[in-house]
Ligand binder design. Structure first.
Ligand SMILES: Cc1cc2nc3c(=O)[nH]c(=O)nc-3n(C[C@H](O)[C@H](O)[C@H](O)COP(=O)(O)OP(=O)(O)OC[C@H]3O[C@@H](n4cnc5c(N)ncnc54)[C@H](O)[C@@H]3O)c2cc1C
Length: 171
């Protein structure tokens, strides 16, 4: 599949660490390291790198799912985002439809759309070399409608502390 296989019991920390140390690649998932891949990916999954790289599921190539069919037979299905795949709808359902709704996921495969070649480090986006994380707290009783509107506008127009835009590793 030219893709990184991740089993759903892994936590984000395990995935980030393995991808970064092994191949200098990543997925744009959440900042909370203890979140499980199982529910995070099926729910869409977003994080610090999402402005640059979208959701985690924008890099989801395939899922392996244990499903129960109408005859109550249990079977394992592999569904990919390939347009010719007859199971493509099942892949799509796992690209934000939420965990636990369509079966038990036993494997996720990640490969960015448009990735070429066979070099593993070219199959996913690269993490930035540095990240600036800052937190701002607002006393709720001082947040007027005007201030809240300005806050949202500033956030939407990018006047908000954010990560440096990472470069994609050339294929
Ligand atoms: C502290 C914290 C910070 C968070 N930050 C972010 C964030 O930055 N970005 C973001 O996108 N989300 C964030 N989340 C939300 C998180 O992505 C979801 O709560 C996610 O569903 C957690 O998945 P889990 O597998 O750890 O949880 P679980 O509670 O185990 O699972 C959640 C759902 O997915 C189902 N599920 C789990 N594994 C599988 C599987 N293998 N097959 C089928 N269904 C499965 C479960 O049945 C359940 O319905 C955060 C959550 C927390 C608690």
């Amino acid at each position: 599949m030219r893709a990184f296989a991740v089993e759903p019991g892994a936590r984000l920390l395990n995935v980030y660490e393995a991808l970064f140390k092994g191949w200098n690649v990543t997925i744009p998932g959440g900042i909370c390291y203890s979140v499980g891949i199982g529910g995070h990916i099926a729910g869409g999954g977003y994080g610090l790198l999402s402005r640059a790289h979208g959701l985690t599921v924008d890099h989801l190539y395939a899922v392996e799912v244990v499903v129960v069919d109408a005859a109550q037979h249990v079977r394992t299905v592999v569904a990919t985002r390939d347009s010719a795949d007859p199971n493509r709808d099942l892949w799509w359902a796992h690209a934000g439809g939420g965990g636990g709704n369509f079966g038990v996921v036993t494997k996720y495969w990640f490969r960015s759309a448009g990735a070429t070649g066979t070099e593993p480090s070219a199959q996913l986006v690269s993490p930035p070399s540095t990240v600036l994380v800052s937190a701002v707290e607002f006393p709720w009783d001082q947040v007027t409608e005007t201030a809240f509107t300005r806050l949202l506008n500033n956030s939407a127009t990018g006047m908000w502390p954010t990560v440096r835009r990472p470069r994609r590793t050339p294929a």
